[in-house]
Design a protein around this ligand. Structure first.
Ligand code: CA
Length: 227
């Protein structure tokens, strides 16, 4: 059983989420404004927070930004505007995932389960020496499961950023900044071609898993096998 903090000022949405999450076996707490949410996250971080963006007092993005200084518990953002997603992920504010409103409560429960499983996987992996990807930053060399990947520097930079935060979705704009810190005037399409090559090299080294997930219209995430 996990403890989920629901931060949502619309009472009916909060109550539906509470019902579904409790039914799925979670313990829930509901707060309706940003300041109370931040205080709760800092004094007793839950196992996961569902955080609405439009909130009275302190908005959800400010809560996220301030919470991230002190706590690394998983946070899923609730947003009514798809245009916010790019900003959310592009700014690297540290959200673990997002759900767009209007959503089905089932979708939220599924997303909560996936993010919790990933967090447990990361906690378990932290106890081990290394993940499947090993990066030698001094020599721009990367291996997957011990197999050399022969990456270009741009591919190396992308893999470095993405593999540090498995499951986190990186927008094309953010990946472009990571790959081209020299301000080259390139289109976001260039990212697709680097990702395509990176994906090909990763799957050549270990074809048993799909290492890079495409999120339609948003960007890409590096995924480690769950078990
Ligand atoms: Ca709201």
């Amino acid at each position: 059983m996990s403890r989920i903090l629901i931060v949502e000022d619309e009472a009916d949405i909060a109550s539906v989420l509470q019902d579904y999450l409790r039914h799925a076996g979670h313990e829930t707490e509901h707060v309706a404004d940003g300041r109370t949410a931040l205080a709760r996250m800092l004094e007793a971080p839950p196992d996961l927070s569902l955080l609405d963006i439009m909130l009275p007092g302190l908005d959800g993005l400010s809560v996220l930004r301030q919470a991230r200084v002190h706590t690394h518990h998983p946070i899923i953002m609730l947003t009514a505007r798809i245009e916010e997603v790019d900003r959310l992920l592009g700014l690297e504010l540290g959200a673990d995932d997002y759900v767009c409103k209007p959503f089905s409560p089932r979708e939220v429960v599924a997303r909560v389960r996936a993010v919790l499983r990933r967090a447990e996987g990361l906690a378990a992996a932290a106890g081990k020496a290394e993940g499947p990807v090993v990066l030698d930053e001094a020599h721009w060399r990367a291996t997957l499961g011990g197999v050399p990947l022969n990456l270009t520097r741009r591919e190396f930079r992308l893999l470095q950023a993405m593999s540090r935060h498995p499951g986190r979705i990186f927008s094309r704009a953010r990946l472009l900044e990571l790959a081209y810190d020299d301000d080259a005037d390139v289109s976001e399409r260039a990212v697709d071609s680097h990702i395509k090559n990176l994906r090909r090299k990763l799957s050549a080294a270990d074809p048993s898993h799909d290492w890079i997930r495409s999120v339609y219209g948003v960007g890409f995430a590096f995924e480690t096998p769950l078990d």
